[in-house]
Design a protein around this ligand. Sequence first.
Ligand code: BG6
Length: 477
Amino acid sequence: MQTPFVLVIFGATGDLMRRKLLPALFRLYKQKELGESFYIVGFARRELNNEEFREFLGKKLHADGVWDKFSKNLYYQQGFFGDVKGYNALIEKLNEFDKRVGACIARIFYLATPPANYEEIIDKLVSTKLSEGCGQGSSKWTRIAIEKPFGKDLATAKAIDKRLGRVFEERQIFRVDHYLGKETVQNMIAFRFANGIFEPIWNRNFIDHVQITWAERQGIGERGSFFDGVGLLRDVAQNHIMQLIASVAMEQPLSFSKEGVRQARAAAIKAIRCIEPNEVSKYIVRGQYEGYNKEPEVDQNSTTETFVAIKLFVDTPRFENVPFYVRVGKKMPKDVVEISIVFIQTCHLLFKEYGCPEIGNVLTIRIQPDEGISLGVIAKKPGARLSLGTVSMYFSYQGEFGEKGAEPYEKLLLDIFSGDQMLFNRSDELESSWEFITKILEGWTLQGKSTVLSYKPGTWGPRQAHTLIEKDRRKWL
Ligand code: BG6
């Protein structure tokens, strides 16, 4: 049973609230997961009262009958992030909720704002003593959740973390990467370590290479003002892709506990070999889709990347010299996120004269859509003559379980409410991933703007992204 809580969302009129947090909260409410007494307070700059805020959100949600009941738990506090006035008014609201419940209720502060606002919000939480809870030792129920991008490079990420660490204890801090909440990503640990048959072949002796594709059909849409200063490397690679790599590369956790899993993830990310700034052109291709400069709120001379392809290595005995090819892109031909483990082809040893299919054993973990796992195996095609082909064994979440599982934000919010940090970044995970990303950013600064290659919307990025893998005699799948 969920204990009473108040969730304060900073930046509550923004994209993240409307697209992810609110729908997740609403679904949790419908599933009766939020308990009897909960309060959700949106804090943002816009002049709205409670009713207007409810209406503003309800419209976006195409609300049904239950909405009216749920929305009674939504409140709004107008305020500027750097101005104490809004925070003082917030305190009054929170005290009022405590009175209604007759206890000091858990306070959760969710920062769904651009990172530039984190520092001032944390400062105000401290100066108004909001960070301490409502007194009587209640700070132990106070939590803070912080969205990505966590900083813009290693130095800023460290500074935010240091600032957080001075105010909150580690157990109070929830660094969100919603990919960790995806059903298919969570399943990686079960799949790899609960099935005895994969672990013995999950290494350099059997794996030729790994491919990760993260593709979105859409461009940056209405997010120009945010995206143009960030770019896809920081937006997606620094966090989601690092976690996908960790899910493939990590060693078996010592225990299925918060610390066991976070330790195994952190070690895998730390083992990703940094690409030094002067090597960037050898291992990385960056691109921008044609027409990006004409998107709303994008600088017309912008060289921000909307596509990146990277060849990298994970320096562990398990994956020594096994290349990982990663491509991330907006305005790609389709929406797909998948990991493919390509095993070493041995078919030609026996069947040289008959020819072997180009693609042999590939294990594909489909993160989304059509969540599932498939394994390509070589088989004899029916017929009098010997001919070989690749067939696929397929498991689909929808087919097997009749659903694709909980939405990541539902899982993550419940974990924040109950204080379970397993699916949240520990600070050293972030530090290692920022170290990797920051070196690339430094390399790009050295290279200058001319290395941002343009590509046609609806294609798989610049031609050079193909060359990156083809020069190793491999191909994107
Ligand atoms: C976000 C990125 O973290 O993830 C967006 O900022 C991206 O650019 C989104 O579109 C994708 O999330 P999902 O869950 O739809 O894969």
